[in-house]
Design a protein around this ligand. Structure first.
Ligand SMILES: Cc1ncc(COP(=O)(O)O)c(C=O)c1O
Ligand SMILES: *[C@@H]1O[C@H](CO)[C@@H](O)[C@H](O)[C@H]1NC(C)=O
Length: 321
């Protein structure tokens, strides 16, 4: 028999008492401040992001007490919000300041930051007309991660990919992405690759994808029908160093066919949390010699060095107290 819950807050506090907190800190514009109590890290049930998917999100990695590429992610976040017709309750400088203060309050030095802009709470209708103010939420997630040196297997997804309007904005509707990962896991793969309706390579479920051709060209798909990955864009800025060193022949984005891609000698996922993950097998066919490639590791080192010790333009030192 279901019971009416009284003094719920006390019960939840007891539940978390003495246990390690799942997340060190959350911000909610609904409360107007930083939340350290795990039992209060919640989103209102009538928020349109919850029941209608009217919300957008983004992330930033936290490493050695520095936030990596926060401004690049914030720019994309506000572009996503504009496409989803959500106006931010605060200007970008305030969002940035909240995120830095939240990270400082969390005391967390390594992990990630995840944040959302939502149409906000109000009612259960489709139209957001009854939601007086949009909402901003953010959470710090503690996580120990390191460079990925092992190669993984991938499959071509049979789950339809999103049309460009939805794929190019980072909105919270990730059902196709979830189904794509579940399909891959069922088939013994790490994740999958989407191919668009014209037969060009698109992206993975929460990552971009890159290839090294036999001629040592670094090839990435164009960003016009997929999410413009902050990591992929940074890779395009950094990889010319390997061209200068004579390791790579060229760096480019193009309409990449499946034939071109399957003929490559190295393949990798590219995304914030990785930053590079070597792919050694695709649809049960080895990529190159089926081993982690040297250029993949060289590109991974370039991005990892940028995360650990890159210029101040890429890294914000968190003012912990
Ligand atoms: C669908 C999709 N593609 C690509 C990416 C990679 O983008 P980023 O490098 O900004 O993490 C992500 C993750 O944010 C994603 O969700
Ligand atoms: C990529 O392919 C699309 C569709 O076939 C075409 O419209 C576009 O011009 C191509 N882009 C480039 C840079 O070749």
């Amino acid at each position: 028999m279901l019971v009416l819950m009284f003094q719920l807050l006390g019960k939840l506090q007891d539940k978390w008492n003495g246990k390690k907190k799942p997340y060190p800190a959350m911000y909610s514009s609904v409360y107007g401040g930083i939340i350290l109590d795990p039992e209060m890290m919640v989103i209102p049930v009538d928020d349109h992001m919850v029941h209608r998917g009217h919300g957008v999100f983004d992330t930033a990695m936290l490493l050695n007490g520095h936030l990596y590429e926060l401004d690049t992610h914030l720019n994309r976040f506000l572009r996503s919000a504009s496409k989803a017709r959500i106006s931010s309750p605060f200007p970008q400088s305030t969002l940035r300041s909240i995120l830095i203060q939240l990270t400082a309050a969390s005391q967390c030095k390594k992990g990630s930051l995840r944040y959302w802009l939502s149409a906000g709470p109000g009612d259960f209708l489709l139209s957001p007309a009854g939601c007086p103010v949009s909402a901003f939420y953010a959470v710090v997630i503690e996580d120990d991660y390191s460079q990925c040196k092992e190669g993984v297997k991938v499959i071509t997804s049979t789950i339809p990919m999103k049309i460009p309007l939805f794929a190019t904005m980072k909105n919270v509707n990730y059902l196709p992405n979830v189904l794509a990962v579940m399909e891959a896991e069922e088939k013994g793969a790490f994740a999958s690759i989407w191919i668009d309706d014209e037969g060009y390579i698109a992206e993975g479920p929460n990552v971009n994808v890159a290839f090294i051709s036999k001629e040592k060209e670094l090839l990435l798909p164009l960003f016009d029908k997929i999410l413009a990955g902050c990591t992929a864009k940074r890779l395009l800025q950094l990889a010319p160093k390997l061209v200068e060193q004579g390791l790579l022949k060229s760096v480019s984005t193009s309409n990449l066919t499946v034939e071109q891609a399957k003929d490559s000698v190295e393949m990798m996922y590219v995304g914030s949390g990785l930053p590079i993950l070597p792919i050694i097998m695709w649809d049960d066919q080895p990529i190159g010699e089926g081993k982690v490639g040297e250029l993949t590791i060289a590109l991974s080192d370039l991005l990892w060095d940028d995360m650990v010790a890159g210029p101040d333009t890429q890294r914000i030192s968190v003012p912990y107290v």
